[in-house]
Design a protein around this ligand. Sequence first.
Ligand code: AMP
Ligand code: MG
Length: 698
Amino acid sequence: MTGFDTFLVADWSAAQGVRRAGKDAIWIALAQDGAVKPARHFSTRLDAEAWIAETIRAEIAAGRRVMAAFDFPFGYPTGVVEIICGAADPLALWDWLAARITDDARGRNNRFAVAEEINALFPGEGPFWGKHNRDAYPGIPYGGRSRTAEVSEKRACDISAKASSSVWQLAFPPTVGGQALMGMPMLSRLRRIQGCAVWPFEAWQEAQAVLTEIWPGLIEPAVRASDDLRDRAQVEGLARALSRLPLAELERMMDIDAPEEGWILGAGHGERLTDLARPNSLRPPPLRNDCFALPAGVDWTPVDTALALLRERLHPVTGTTKSGLFEAEGRILAEDVIARRANPPHPNTAVDGYGFAAASVGEGDAVLPLVQGRAAAGAPFEGPVPRGSALRVLTGADLPAGVDTVVLDEDCSVGDGRVAFRGGVKPGANTRKAGEDAGEGDRVLSAGRKLTAPDLALAAAVGHGTLPIREKLRVAVLSTGDELTEPGDVPGAGGIFDANRPMLLSTLARWGHVPVDLGRIPDDRSAVAAAFDRAGRDADVLLTSGGASAGDEDHVSALLREAGAMQEWRIALKPGRPLALGLWNDIPVFGLPGNPVAAFVCTLIFARPALTVLAGGNWAEPQGFEIPAAFEKRKKPGRREYLRARMRDGCAEVFPSEGSGRVSSLSWGEGLVEIEDGERHIRPGDPVRFIPYGSFGL
Ligand code: AMP
Ligand code: MG
């Protein structure tokens, strides 16, 4: 069997109604190519099913193999299906249920009625039990204990996995019974997607998409150790564990003969899965050897094609940790931030003034007696304000009971223990509603975001004192060339100063990575190899400059080629010579050209977004804007050009010389002008795209 590219893990829910992010909601995690994405929350089963179906179809269409795992039973104890549908075929039961179960966009469903219908098919009380209201659904016993069950409470796999829950339980957590009733109809539809098979009921070994049953209880110690929301920790943990399982091990776990009851994938292997589910138990798997392969047969690859490949194939390689909120600026968020409480937590007043109930006043001018005391921020007024009275309130104060409207100080006259103001005050005026900024359970920040100062304010406002962040990416830098001299030293014959290293190291620090300086390496194969080895030990990524072409002294490309992991990137780009990309001891190597201008431009255009993704951040596209050119230039079609540029009087000026050895042009520039791949004749005043260095995070 071939491995799975994607694991989708869903935490199902039978709940009635639309669920907010939080407990008992539907959570779905996705692990793609070994990287676990933050779990998504769905408010209704309908939304979740649509998204699952779409994800499965998209993966199949992309030629990727996907496993979709669900946390509810796929079958019932032996003998049950026969009683319900007259044949021992669990898939027939799925269809039977799909024809009966109803569910709507508000989560209203008929699972109790269907359970009652099933119970009626059995002698005695029937298997389903548990309801919220003793008087409803007479065919369903209230509690499980009182009942004389004809059928087994558990399947063989529930016993093997030491699951305490019953597949028949409809109310009071764990409501596995309800989840199965609301889940099987979905499975009945999903399995009809072309290429989809159900484990272990069907031949799934060659199927492009496989539906499996899983149970979060298998990784409970890992879930308990996480301080994340339980449901999220469960699905993310399972997705992580499955994606880390070596293929042979997964195959052994799937090699099950369970004709009717189904099986929990991994039952009996809880300890192993728990180990793999822990976020830091392992580093994410290394990148694939061919991750830098460009399309074959293309002479010069367009910039956008190369960028799309990097975006698709790279994934985070950094671990996760926690940071105090105050220290988190500039760090990359490792998980979504969910509001622990609403902001504002209570309705409060937006101004200094007088609060009262809108119903106390009519259309006309009002005079209200003042209640003794006041409400201030942090010093709420105890007790209600009676109808027809008003209270002194200060900005930020919680509205006391009996107050829903505030009139501004400036609009009031006060005296004799009374406040007077003109009519026409809108009910609710000058107040802030609880949760108007963020609701409890809302996702306020998404994983992959580089935290800004305002982000810290938001995270603080919704109750966070620490934040889950990525460890910093360690980026090693080395320069190659016999001619290179350390800046400030005395150069030998033919020597030049190493200009690239200070430029690259400081750029990396500015981007929030940890620069690891590996120094200057002469044009000597074993010296370069030793430096590569050091990078493999001390860093997550290596940036080299010089020696990346195919000449005699181009040892960077030669070494990567020997290691069998070299890709020569011939990009339709000026300034730029071929780049050498590859893997050395599992770490990615970006072999930049030696010319400082080309090295810098390639760093901004290719290395920056690539490093951001490796560091766990979102793909970074520099923001540019169109301004009139202050220059004239003719450009041939077939490659993209970046000119060193700056903005003066609202127009883009470019450096007079395009020579790629001109270090001074980089320093003169304050950004780049990007000229698209096609032919252009730019005249003064024509719009051109200017990307300031700031847009590259500098
Ligand atoms: P290479 O890519 O090694 O063929 O180098 C191309 C050009 O860039 C040569 O003129 C090198 O001397 C120059 N060069 C290479 N590395 C550096 C560096 N670190 N600082 C300044 N110039 C460099
Ligand atoms: Mg060289």
